[in-house]
Design a protein around this ligand. Structure first.
Ligand code: DAH
Length: 341
């Protein structure tokens, strides 16, 4: 029996197979109930007592070796199968078509149009910061503490001493520019602003504005009007009319709000313009001399105009969007309707 076990040990070491069918045959030959090893264990009872210990050990070695060998072979086959799965990819096949190619957000489309329109008449683009100090967002713009005009804008304060806010208007960028550049200045500043408003179809706690600023030796209200008329025609079409209504902003004097003739009904009256034929799109005015002084520009030598508009409002009018919240929900069904660059 010892000889037989030695022979089988040698045989186990030399096992070579090519496929899984042979692997199964091996398993049956060696490890099944009627296999070689089981039958050796059956014969074990006939081994004389004095040899039992030695033969028993030999038999156990054989069993372990056969088990290990067959398990190792099984693992190798499984690994090969996995590798085959990945290797079988045909790299020459055409790719899976992407039917949802990304496009610019409607607010970005309109912002870029505004930039393009003003750049044609010499306006550069400047960017400010979204976290502002009190001076740039309010005080330099003639809106000191306790000034009633602060109530016009519900502010998110992020620090009270010193006072830091999420900017409520891009007018804050005006201040930075005037503090740091010498006139002539001709620039627009697009960006995000924040107000502590309840979210609805018509209001949001975040939205976008574009601020415009023009400072030079002889800037008049007529320049402001002509610039805005040019903008309205470029943005909404040649037939667009504008009208300026007297208004109030702390940082401009005189101040005005500008309406355009309704883009939907062309002035005859509809629900977008509430029957009036006009829709408001921006605030503007001549920069208050005190604001120039606050920012280090001598109002005796320089004058300027400024304007500010909401990008959402322009976009809603242009595309007839009725709910402001759509801009921030990122619903693909909404976004994919806008494909321009
Ligand atoms: N900052 C104003 C607002 O958020 C808009 C505005 C009005 C900006 C008049 C101006 C301006 O530059 O002259 O309501």
């Amino acid at each position: 029996m010892k000889d037989k076990i030695s022979k089988l040990l040698l045989e186990v070491e030399q096992i070579k197979i090519n496929n899984e069918i042979q692997l199964e045959e091996l398993r049956i030959k060696w490890l099944s109930k009627r296999g070689e090893i089981s039958s050796l264990f059956d014969d074990f009872k006939n081994v004389p007592n004095e040899l039992k210990k030695e033969v028993g050990q030999q038999l156990n070695v054989l069993k372990t070796k056969a088990n290990d060998k067959i398990n190792a072979l099984k693992e190798t086959f499984e690994q090969n199968k996995d590798a085959q799965k990945t290797n079988n990819i045909d790299l020459t096949l055409p790719g899976i078509p992407l039917n949802q190619i990304g496009a610019a957000h409607p607010l970005s489309i309109v912002k870029n149009q505004i930039i393009e329109i003003f750049s044609k008449i010499g306006f550069t683009v400047s960017e400010g910061r979204e976290i502002e100090d009190d001076w740039h967002n309010f005080s330099a713009l003639n809106t000191p503490q306790n000034h009633p005009a602060r109530d016009m804008q519900d502010t998110f304060y992020i620090n009270l001493n010193p006072e830091m806010v999420l900017r409520t208007q891009t007018s804050s960028v005006q201040v930075h520019i005037m503090e740091n550049q010498k006139p002539p200045i001709r620039t627009i500043s697009p960006g995000r602003v924040y107000r502590n408003e309840a979210i609805s179809a018509r209001a949001h706690c975040q939205f976008h504005q574009v601020e415009g600023l023009y400072i030079d030796e002889k800037v008049s209200f007529a320049d402001l009007k002509q610039t805005l008329l040019y903008f309205a025609k470029e943005m909404f079409g040649e037939e667009t009319k504008i009208r300026l209504r007297p208004s109030y902003f702390p940082f401009t004097e005189p101040s005005a709000e500008m309406d355009i003739s309704c883009t939907i009904c062309k002035g005859s009256g509809c629900n977008i313009c509430k029957g009036s034929g006009w829709v408001e799109i921006l605030g503007c005015g001549m920069v208050d001399p005190q604001v120039l002084t606050n920012c280090g520009i001598n109002p005796d030598n320089f004058k300027g105009f400024a304007f500010g508009m909401g990008i959402e409002r322009i976009t809603m009018l242009k595309y007839q969007i009725k709910d402001l919240r759509l801009f921030f929900e990122n619903d693909v069904r909404f976004l994919k309707q806008f494909t321009s660059a």
